[in-house]
Design a protein around this ligand. Structure first.
Ligand code: NAD
Ligand code: IPM
Ligand code: MN
Length: 353
């Protein structure tokens, strides 16, 4: 029998983060009741407001305080006009790394009922799953600034790629490809970065024969971004380093209809630590406070969370409700519709059955 109560840490964050989180939690509560499980929520008031009061974006020991939850649900963080981004975003990156959430899964699928930004491409052409290495690479806090503010200033920031980290994310990608269309593209820049990404190439060569049923392709990141636009239908699973995965998933978001639709999860596949679920998008200060943010990316991140928690029926219910709402023409303004954030939440809730 599956677990009946889950403790979820809810970290709404800044800007539109709380707006979309509110809708996601409403949906979660309805589905939990319908499916017969309960959710205890631990609200985290971290972010810009917390920083204004306490001088730091999250309390000391914040990572340890999350060790016992079943999952973390995050809205979005960042309030860049008033707070340096590298401070507001630090808890997010720390959680990913401390909980070894090494696989960041970001599907980009154009749903039926939406128009692509790419002329002549439709839902049959755009169904990509980017698997981003999420625990090391370019996101390691490794470097320093010297002679700061002087003409002789030097900044050094060194990426870190480990054999263990690369091999496990590639194997994770291969396993995902086996559940999809058996195709994997590894995106690097091994023509210019001759140590780190050449190691990625070597490791792919060493392990790919373990997956003879999966076709593999290698692309450099510059070519891959062009090909995402030119031939999105040629991509199935894409495995990329932390930074390249970040870039590719904003592009994937727009190919899938917009950032307001793109879900994401940061998982520790072995479940040794809690995983974190969040939209791909940020806090969108340009539309924050207007009640117009699209809550779908957050709501689809719930689908990933419920699958991870072992509630596939609940996950499927939400996925189907979102797809039906969109097919019925319910859209927020980013999709050319007129609905507000909470009206879109209502439209999805009314499709839950
Ligand atoms: P962003 O993703 O917040 O916004 C990019 C564009 O997409 C904006 O025009 C925005 O209005 C639009 N958009 C994003 N989400 C939307 C939604 N749900 N509905 C409708 N439109 C949506 O990226 P940005 O403007 O570069 O960053 C803003 C802040 O968010 C920065 O502080 C940045 O560092 C931070 N950020 C945080 C995360 C995160 O919390 N995971 C991710 C990306 C950026
Ligand atoms: C994302 C974001 C983050 C990242 C930022 C906020 C640190 O852009 O989740 O895509 O670069 O990973
Ligand atoms: Mn990003």
């Amino acid at each position: 029998m599956s677990q009946q109560n889950y403790e979820i840490a809810v970290y709404p964050g800044d800007g539109i983060g709380p707006e979309v989180t509110r809708e996601a939690i409403r949906v979660l509560d309805v589905v939990a009741e319908q499916q017969g499980f309960t959710i205890s929520k631990r609200h985290l008031d971290w972010g810009y407001d917390y920083w204004k009061q306490h001088g730091q974006p999250a309390p000391d020991g914040f990572v340890d305080s999350l060790r016992d939850v079943d999952a973390i649900f995050l809205g979005a963080v960042g309030w860049p006009d008033d707070m340096p981004d590298h401070l507001s975003l630090a808890p997010l990156v720390s959680i990913r790394q401390a909980f070894d959430q090494y696989a960041c899964i970001r599907p980009a699928r154009l749903l039926p009922g939406l128009t692509s930004v790419l002329a002549g491409k439709g839902p049959d052409d755009i169904d990509i799953m980017v698997i981003r290495e999420n625990s090391e690479g370019e996101y390691i806090d490794n470097g320093g600034r010297f002679k700061q503010g002087t003409p002789d200033e030097v900044a050094i920031q060194t990426a870190l790629h480990t054999r263990k980290g690369v091999e496990r994310i590639l194997r994770f990608g291969f396993e995902q490809a086996r559940t999809r269309r058996n195709h994997l593209t590894m995106v690097t820049k091994s023509n210019a970065q001759r140590y780190s990404y050449v190691m990625w190439d070597d490791i792919l060569e060493e392990i790919k024969d373990d997956y003879p049923d999966v076709e593999t392709v290698r692309q450099h990141c510059d070519a891959a971004v062009m090909n995402f636009v030119r031939w999105p239908e040629r991509f199935d699973v894409v495995v990329a380093s932390n930074l390249f995965g970040d870039l590719l998933t904003d592009l994937g978001g727009i190919l899938g209809g917009g950032l307001g639709l793109a879900p994401s999860c940061n998982v520790n596949p072995e479940k040794r630590f809690p995983s974190m679920f969040e939209p791909v998008h940020g806090s969108a200060p340009d539309i924050a406070g207007q009640g117009i943010a699209n809550p779908v990316a957050a709501i689809l991140s719930l689908v990933m969370m419920l699958d991870h928690l072992g509630q596939p029926a609940a996950a499927k219910q939400i996925q189907t409700a979102v797809e039906s709402a969109i097919m019925a023409g319910h859209k927020t303004t980013d999709l050319g519709g007129e609905l507000s954030t909470d009206q879109m939440g209502d439209a999805i809730i009314s499709q839950l059955n």
